[in-house]
Design a protein around this ligand. Structure first.
Ligand SMILES: [Zn+2]
Length: 294
């Protein structure tokens, strides 16, 4: 049996072995493992130092955020697919569209719920958040904006609530729908900026991606609100038995453009979340392989 310098059973560090350079507490007994060799063991309970590094709170946080990103990817990829039937609106008879829409509607709400739950997981509070002065307000804004927008969508889109229990007028529905869209797109902007802050130090290539998505979201926000105001004005004119200002054909083309813009947006966001997920995966892998640095 040879006496290798790394095999220091006392847990102390040998000359060249990498050591823990920041406070790191043993996951079993809480002993501070700082200055100990990564390949060594805890002097108190003899569990391996590496185990505490792999399952330490920072890695735990990164892992949870990464799982949240997987859910976000599912939500945005699902939304991409779901936008396709809405593009069919312009090709199939209205009665067939109503049937299609009644199937797509619950799915749409489910995906929205998934998106909000995933965003909450990604924006979990942690002492390991980089740039907390910027990221903390962003995570709160993301959460509140997406949550209130979801509440608005649930109220408008579940008929039992909007026309049964709440007895909403068409005006109120238009207003809630416009507000929910505003809150949702603003919330998504906050989420994208949050993820950019979280990952750009490790992968500066993420910055142009996030900027492109923020611009898309902002353009879609203005466009959508414009469409809603236009739709509402036409609805008022129709009720007054007057011709709507926008010809039906123009309205269809504008609607098709909106659907296409959404498909592009959800697709780009899916790719962006995928990139962020890979960066977090690299963070976890690095923590496993390298010394903990302060
Ligand atoms: Zn221990």
């Amino acid at each position: 049996m040879s006496i290798a310098p790394e095999a220091d059973s006392s847990g102390g560090n040998s000359e060249d072995a990498p050591v823990v350079t920041a406070d790191l507490f043993c996951v079993h007994c809480g002993y501070n493992l700082r200055t100990l060799a990564i390949s060594g063991i805890c002097p108190e309970c003899a569990s391996s130092v590496r185990e505490s590094i792999i399952s330490g709170p920072e890695v735990d946080w990164a892992r949870r955020a990464r799982r949240g990103l997987t859910w976000l990817i599912a939500a945005t990829a699902g939304s991409t697919v779901l936008m396709i039937p809405s593009m069919l609106y312009y090709a199939i008879p209205p009665s067939a569209f109503v049937r299609l829409y009644s199937c797509a509607n619950p799915l749409y709400l489910l995906l929205r719920c998934l998106l909000v739950v995933a965003a909450f997981r990604v924006t979990r509070a942690s002492p390991y958040l980089p740039k907390p002065a910027v990221m903390h307000p962003l995570r709160l804004a993301t959460r509140w904006l997406l949550l209130t927008s979801l509440a608005g969508r649930l109220v408008v889109m579940i008929p039992a609530w909007s026309s049964g229990y709440l007895q909403l007028t068409t005006e109120q529905r238009f207003a809630i729908h416009a507000l929910a869209t505003l809150l949702e797109l603003t919330g998504l902007i906050c989420l994208v900026v949050y993820l950019r802050q979280m990952t750009s130090d490790r992968q500066p290539g993420i910055v142009p991606w996030s900027t492109a998505i923020v611009v898309m979201l902002a353009v879609l926000l203005v466009w959508n609100e414009g469409m809603l105001i236009r739709g509402y004005r036409d609805y008022q004119l129709q009720r007054a038995a007057r011709r709507p200002t926008t010809p039906a054909m123009t309205m269809k083309v504008l609607g098709l453009l909106t659907s296409m813009a959404y498909v592009l947006l959800w697709m780009t966001m899916t790719l962006f979340f995928h990139k962020c997920r890979r960066i977090l995966g690299a963070v976890i892998a690095t923590r496993r392989a390298e010394p903990v640095t302060s």
